[in-house]
Design a protein around this ligand. Structure first.
Ligand code: SF4
Length: 213
């Protein structure tokens, strides 16, 4: 995609939604981290249903450890892979308490040392909690990057690097949220809503959907 088109691409996303918000429910950096860990291969809506109650009781690593793995499982049992996620949340809470004074570290390498935290999760936390212009590539961003041609790549890391390379700095902070919302609600996997898509003009996808006439 040409440089001028990339600018217009983000400009259109910005016009439509100047201050995009993440859809995961959280109340502080710690609960954000837990929510993102729970959201792997699950929907934000499904995670929010569980965490709405969980975060009434638990707001810190100390409170999570006090709750314990068995009780935690009762709160999150509707979320996929809840057994391994419960184990990771308890382990990461111990690690935060023992090694980071109960605080979420503001650093990708340190975040990725925590159980259940990969590069994508770390990028989401760095963006939302600490304001870094990181781009977390999930299934939606991977699809959008490749379909539009703005940041093609064979792996999530390649797509992330390409997004970072081409995204103008003025759009970098919100880019992740704009792209996730675009992928989730418009550029859907099975049937993208190309006729109503605000970046349609710049998108290189060969089989865009058209209006039914
Ligand atoms: S025009 Fe269609 S394929 Fe391209 S980004 Fe928009 S919804 Fe996706």
């Amino acid at each position: 995609m040409k440089k001028s088109s990339i600018h217009a691409f983000y400009s259109n996303l910005q016009k439509q939604n100047p201050t995009p918000k993440g859809e995961l429910y959280f109340i502080n950096d710690y609960t954000l981290l837990v929510a993102v860990v729970l959201s792997a291969q699950a929907t934000d809506v499904g995670v929010n249903k569980a965490t709405l109650l969980l975060f009434k009781k638990v707001k810190s690593p100390k409170e999570m450890i006090k709750l314990g793995e068995l009780e935690l499982k009762k709160y999150i049992k509707t979320i996929g892979l809840f057994n391994s996620k419960a184990k990771n949340v308890i382990s990461l809470s111990h690690m935060l308490l023992n090694e980071y004074d109960g605080q979420v570290p503001e650093n990708r390498e340190e975040l990725q040392k925590l159980p259940g935290v990969g590069r994508k999760t770390a990028n989401v936390v760095l963006n939302i909690a600490f304001g870094y212009p990181t781009i977390a590539v999930d299934t939606h961003l991977f699809r959008v990057g490749n379909r539009t041609g703005i940041a093609p790549g064979k792996t999530p890391l390649e797509v992330e690097k390409n997004f970072e390379k081409v995204t103008p700095s003025e759009f970098a902070y919100h880019a992740h949220q704009w792209l996730i919302l675009l992928g989730r609600y418009v550029c859907k996997a099975r049937k993208p809503d190309c006729p109503v898509c605000v970046v349609n003009k710049f998108c290189a996808f060969k089989t865009k959907t058209m209006y039914d006439i």
